[in-house]
Write a protein that binds this ligand. Structure first.
Ligand SMILES: [Zn+2]
Length: 295
């Protein structure tokens, strides 16, 4: 076993060496993390969201994802993310320690992978802004197009588990819930060599059993705290998606978006606006699954 000192030393080295490449360090800004969060997140947490529901019925598969915070260690020669943030009970992203940038957002795209063109466009824009996002995928879609899962992973984005069938897990039996979750863990691992670290339930629908199974699979459970409403047909324009997000914007925003044409189209403008307002983008790999500890 590696001693804590060694780990600490490694963490410090990483911090020092990775600064240049990581974008999680934004300009320092004071912010009322929880306050603003309250509005969107309060309703957003687990129960509230029918939002992403409607349209999500599309299926998908998703593979991939590192398993533990140390997954970084597996990537030889690559920057090793240090734990800087955690996701709190209101689904906002907050710093683990004083001094870390609070004015950050987490970008997420659910219900894929669907189409290569949309994924390429999304990631081109993310790259342009040096941003990382979580792609919460559905297992059935991954099974249909495993190459798209690989594409997301190979282009350096993060894979999350969004269940196999995109069904309401709150009304499923325990066995069914476990299968919906673990089958995705397995297909992702089979496809990209890593299991997802993040789980987001379809429709934000949750119960204790589900959360327990997510925990048993060493995943971070999260819904969202800023809903783009891009799933609602009446918001099928880039401007509407951007406006919805900006209306709910607050430090720590955990932004729910989907792999949808109008969202893809509006992403560059959205990220540009966020940067202009002083927000930076959290690298999901710096989100801890152990809020009690820093590094
Ligand atoms: Zn969904």
């Amino acid at each position: 076993m590696i001693s804590k000192k060694v780990l600490l030393f490694a963490a410090v080295c990483l911090l020092l060496s990775a600064c240049g490449q990581k974008q999680e360090t934004p300009e320092p800004t004071p912010s009322a993390t929880e306050s603003n969060a309250a509005a969107p997140s309060g309703g957003t947490s687990a129960t509230s969201t029918d939002s992403e529901t409607g349209q999500n019925q599309e299926n998908g598969t998703d593979p991939a994802g590192p398993n533990d915070q140390n997954n970084n260690d597996k990537q030889n020669g690559q920057e090793q993310p240090v734990n800087l943030y955690y996701i709190d009970h209101t689904n906002n992203v907050v710093p683990l320690e004083e001094g870390a940038e609070k004015k950050v957002v987490l970008l997420t795209f659910d219900d894929g992978p669907k189409e290569k063109e949309m994924i390429d466009d999304l990631i081109d824009t993310l790259d342009k802004h040096n941003a990382k996002a979580i792609f919460f995928v559905n297992g059935y879609r991954v099974k249909e197009k495993p190459e798209l899962l690989k594409l997301i992973h190979d282009r350096g984005q993060i894979i999350g588990n969004h269940s196999w069938d995109h069904i309401d897990l709150n009304i499923e039996t325990e066995d069914s819930v476990r299968k919906q979750i673990e089958d995705v863990q397995n297909i992702v691992e089979d496809t990209i060599g890593e299991k997802p670290r993040f789980f987001r339930p379809p429709f934000g629908s949750v119960n204790d059993t589900l959360q327990q199974i997510v925990g048993e699979n060493d995943m971070i459970y999260t819904t969202w705290s800023n809903d783009s409403l891009d799933w609602d047909p009446k918001n099928n324009k880039p401007e509407a998606v951007i406006q919805n997000i900006m209306d709910q914007m607050h430090p720590g925003s955990n932004i729910l978006m989907h792999e949808l044409p109008w969202t893809v189209e509006g992403l560059d403008e959205l990220l540009t606006k966020l940067e202009a307002e002083g927000y930076s983008f959290v690298d999901p790999r710096t989100i801890s699954d152990n809020p009690g500890t820093g590094n």
